[in-house]
Design a protein around this ligand. Structure first.
Ligand code: ACO
Length: 308
């Protein structure tokens, strides 16, 4: 859905949206764009968090050469589950043939990096293989009549397979944090769209996520110049650039898909990882800095040595 299509819903322009956010288009799983998106039940044939999660996970498992039966745990990071009960990870596990274990994880847009740290923890505790999926159907949590934030969001899913291996862990450093007193700057109640104080989110996100990235790099004993690829949560191109600037990471090292994806919440970091591989920008041995941040306000950073 290109920016131009949003002009049928509210007063805006492609230039305004692109200049403020870097976004030119977003993908919507839930069908034609209408001002009021009805709730989508998983069986009604439209795309859901589970269907996108299964598509992404199948590709990741195929590339890793791993069968669903070999997965000890699947984590679905999402804040847009298809049903209240059960977790989206259960139907996802069923479709992938996973019996090892399944859980949802909601840390808003920081969900994927929380999932990677959790998965690495399970491997440290003895698991052999953990599948981490980030999937969100943001179009169902968006108020399509609110021009101040509807243009930001899109739907998507991405996945990684974590496997135990001898030697040093690939996760060199990590950091998590929360400031729950900031929950009111970005929230959605059951059955209604998101409410956001945009400038406050912008300011807090840059400060908190940059500080978290610094802590994670310190723990990993690496310098900003060692980072081959910086993969921030794709919230807004200006936030991503401001973070890189504060951290002293060259802007050419930023992985960005926001131009065509919008903000896909938990899916945004794995989407940017996959795009970087497709573009031959990510290679075995590279140091990757993944920085998630989101509503809550939560944040979560991982320094990872990439490898297949
Ligand atoms: N089209 C045209 N004009 C608009 C639109 C629109 N879609 N939306 C707002 N405007 C107008 C406003 O009404 C305002 O007009 P006024 O000056 O006459 O009052 C003007 O544009 C400026 O509005 P601001 O809100 O001050 O615009 P700002 O420069 O702050 O940009 C934005 C807004 C892009 C939302 C910015 O605040 C931002 O990116 N914030 C972070 C949002 C974000 O990333 N959220 C998610 C992160 S966390 C997570 O992923 C869960």
């Amino acid at each position: 859905v290109p920016n131009e299509e949003l002009t049928s819903l509210f007063d805006t322009s492609d230039e305004w949206i692109a200049e403020r956010s870097g976004i030119r288009a977003r993908r919507l799983a839930t069908g034609p764009l209408v001002a009021t998106q009805p709730p989508v039940h998983p069986v009604d044939g439209l795309g859901t968090t589970a269907t996108m999660a299964v598509t992404a996970a199948s590709e990741a498992l195929g590339r890793a050469g791993v069968r669903g039966a070999d997965v000890d745990l699947v984590i679905v990071a999402t804040m847009t589950p298809d049903q209240v009960i059960p977790g989206t990870s259960s139907p996802v596990a069923a479709q992938l043939g996973i019996r090892g274990g399944a859980m949802d994880l909601n840390a808003a847009c920081a969900g994927f990096t929380y999932g990677v740290i959790t998965g690495a923890g399970f491997i440290h505790a003895g698991a052999d293989c953990v599948l981490v999926i980030g999937a969100d159907t943001m179009s169902r949590a968006t108020n399509w009549e609110d021009r101040t934030n509807a243009f930001l969001f899109g739907d998507g899913a991405g996945a990684v397979v974590l496997e135990a291996s001898p030697g040093q862990s690939s996760m060199l450093g990590w950091d998590v944090g929360v400031d729950g007193s900031l929950a009111e700057i970005l929230y959605a109640d059951h059955g209604s769209g998101m409410v956001m104080k945009g400038q406050e989110v912008f300011r807090r996100a840059v400060l908190a996520a940059s500080e978290s990235a610094r802590v994670a790099m310190d723990r990993a004993k690496v310098e900003p110049g060692d980072i081959a690829l910086f993969v921030p949560h794709q919230a807004n191109l200006r936030i991503m650039r401001a973070m890189a600037d504060r951290l002293g990471i060259d802007a050419t090292r930023i992985a960005s898909v926001i131009e065509w994806s919008g903000n896909t919440s938990s899916a945004s970091i794995p989407l940017a990882l996959a795009q970087s591989i497709a573009d031959d920008r990510l290679h075995d041995g590279d140091l990757v800095l993944m920085a998630g941040f989101g509503s809550g306000m939560t944040w979560s950073t991982v320094v990872w040595r990439w490898g297949r």
